[in-house]
Write a protein that binds this ligand. Sequence first.
Ligand SMILES: Cc1cc2nc3c(=O)[nH]c(=O)nc-3n(C[C@H](O)[C@H](O)[C@H](O)COP(=O)(O)OP(=O)(O)OC[C@H]3O[C@@H](n4cnc5c(N)ncnc54)[C@H](O)[C@@H]3O)c2cc1C
Length: 322
Amino acid sequence: MAEIFVYIPHKDGVADDAALEMVAAARKIDAEAPLTALVVGDGADLDKVCEQAAAACAKVWKVSGEAFAYPNAEVIRKMLVNILPDKAVVLVAHDTFGMDLSPGLSIKLDVPFLSDVVDIEALEGSSLKIVRQEYGGAVSTRVSCDIGDGVVINVRPGAFKAEDAAGAAGEVVDKSAEAGDLSCGRRFLEVVEAEVGDVDITKADVLVSIGRGIEDEENIEIAEELAEAIGAVVSCSRPIVDAKWMEKSRQVGTSGQTVKPKVYMALGISGSFQHLGGLKGSPFIIAVNKNPKAPIFQVADVGVVDDILEFVPELTEKIQEM
Ligand SMILES: Cc1cc2nc3c(=O)[nH]c(=O)nc-3n(C[C@H](O)[C@H](O)[C@H](O)COP(=O)(O)OP(=O)(O)OC[C@H]3O[C@@H](n4cnc5c(N)ncnc54)[C@H](O)[C@@H]3O)c2cc1C
């Protein structure tokens, strides 16, 4: 088996939860294969990320330099093409950056690309069997792919359990000198932080989150009443913000806020990967949806098939009685 590489997403010196989840995914591909973390960035904080990666992977390749100060996928793609060995199996998170980096990387490396992978079933010879989702999570497909010459895989954040992935004491190797020519047409101008708004949903332990299933702006009050009864904060999916029913600062997802609650109630939310991409730290998910086939039920710890407009007021009443 060729070497497996995990591209470590990180911010402010802290590796993202998706890093350890991808290590778990790598072990599911082949627990015996050599595993190398790719830690790319700039500044003093990078060594902290290397330390965290070294706790999970036998080897860490650190690539630092001014060109990597921002997640510029074009620059990072060029560097990876220069440093990766033949037949590498490369795992990247299926987030905004990963979706920008990976398809082009697979073309440059001339290897297959597997997008939005949610499970790894088996490696038989060089044939890898995985499960991925299509049509916004409405359909799960089993795919068999020959990875003998290498592959780039985008792994859905939250799909693998991070705790499966502890226990190494890896060696950090500085590969910055091998980055090669990094000239490119794309320039990174600035990072625009999301507005915080009146309430900071990123700090809440319990979120009551509403989606299009709430049907009308006037119905939002049933979620607010439930949130008040259980000491939670109300958040939402993107269509609620697009309809201007709630502020952008309340939106959970890849183009909204990243939240890390202990409990997440998804009311009338289908469970698109863009929405679930904003959920970190494996919260306990309670989903209420009238469609039993809604993708949210695949990640929910408790699922209730019901109309939220009837179920939620009843639930609030029972909680208030208690
Ligand atoms: C580049 C990009 C970025 C994006 N970023 C985000 C993001 O950050 N966050 C985000 O949320 N989305 C984002 N999206 C949109 C995303 O793809 C989905 O369209 C969105 O998450 C769907 O929101 P929803 O689940 O509320 O609505 P829907 O997908 O329409 O689902 C509504 C659900 O409610 C259920 N329902 C309807 N009525 C009831 C009822 N009365 N009782 C119970 N259940 C009911 C339905 O069965 C359905 O499952 C992004 C999309 C793109 C292309």
